[in-house]
Write a protein that binds this ligand. Structure first.
Ligand code: ATP
Length: 278
């Protein structure tokens, strides 16, 4: 049986040890190098413990907030099986490439976007790939895409806490994550799963956003809790994280998505997260 590793082992010992990469002595750095033509200052992951909470909506809303503040922003659409970012921004062309890598597509507000949908022959083609292939493509969106100079790269992560988001976390130099959730019975458990995944990867949690929080009656302004009462404040307090916003079901937002003009959206609901990186 391989000898148990203890702290302070020599690099030579680590290189031949069965415990290398898992023991405390030397954690393997599995992060992939960025493309030579990328200078990205901060990488922010947008995650959720489960799908269907409007993660892409929150990713794009954060991007709009940053763009409105004058930052250069990119969105890496890592939601490979349900990519929605390009369509939100009205981007339908195929991404171009050169010997040095792939160029992201550029939306009308300057947001740089890379998504599997920009590589498919037909946008409606399904992506029927297994987890490791999906994770490999996301990693390539980091290693092979020439992002240029970016203040922030937002990564719309694959939903859940399975092997794909895990590999993405290990491969990309994520500086912090925003957790997205919606009001529902299981929210506490789901948020904790996402929170614990980030913690186990030693990635700071910037805060939490509740989407589909309420609906405001257009007649009287009364707030209706469509999916039940929110527990987000209690959960955030328990975990010691900040609530970055409670986004209502806003017909104007869905109209901007449907008309593919998200590049015109003005963020009304989310706190400024850029100041946390100054
Ligand atoms: N706060 C909101 N107000 C109005 N429409 C919303 C809101 N959030 C999301 N939507 C709409 O719901 C649909 C799905 O949203 P989105 O693509 O962000 O998430 P999803 O694919 O359901 O979930 P996830 O990306 O978290 O797996 C979109 O058509 C979007 O416009």
């Amino acid at each position: 049986m391989a000898e148990e590793q203890s702290s302070g082992c020599s690099p030579e010992a680590c290189s031949s040890c069965a415990h290398a990469g898992t023991c405390e002595s030397k954690k393997a750095d599995m992060r992939a190098p960025a493309n030579a033509y990328s200078q990205v200052k901060k990488v922010i992951g947008v995650i959720s413990g489960k799908g269907g909470v409007g993660k892409s909506m929150v990713t794009a809303s954060l991007a709009r907030m940053m763009t409105e503040q004058g930052y250069t922003v990119g969105i890496l659409d890592a939601d490979i099986t349900g990519p929605s970012i390009p369509k939100m921004y009205g981007v339908h062309e195929n991404a171009m490439g050169s010997d040095e890598g792939m160029f992201p597509c550029i939306a009308k507000d300057g947001t740089k976007i890379m998504s599997v949908n920009l590589l498919l022959e037909r946008e409606s083609d399904p992506v029927i790939w297994r987890g490791p292939v999906i994770a490999g493509v996301v990693t390539q969106f980091w290693t092979d895409v020439m992002w240029g100079d970016l203040d922030f790269l937002l990564v719309d992560m694959p939903p859940g806490t399975g092997d794909v988001p895990l590999t993405v976390f290990q491969s990309l130099p994520v500086d912090g994550v925003v957790i997205v959730t919606s009001p529902q019975d299981l929210v506490q458990m789901i948020v904790k799963k996402a929170y614990n995944m980030a913690k186990q990867m030693n990635i700071p949690v910037i805060g939490i956003v509740e989407n589909y929080s309420y609906l405001e009656c257009p007649e009287c302004g009364k707030r209706i809790s469509v999916f039940g009462e929110s527990h987000i404040d209690e959960i955030a307090e328990e975990l010691g994280i900040e609530v970055l916003g409670k986004m209502p079901i806003d017909p104007q937002l869905s109209e901007m998505v449907e008309s593919e003009k998200f590049y015109e959206v003005q963020n009304k609901y989310l706190k400024n997260i850029t100041e946390k990186f100054q």
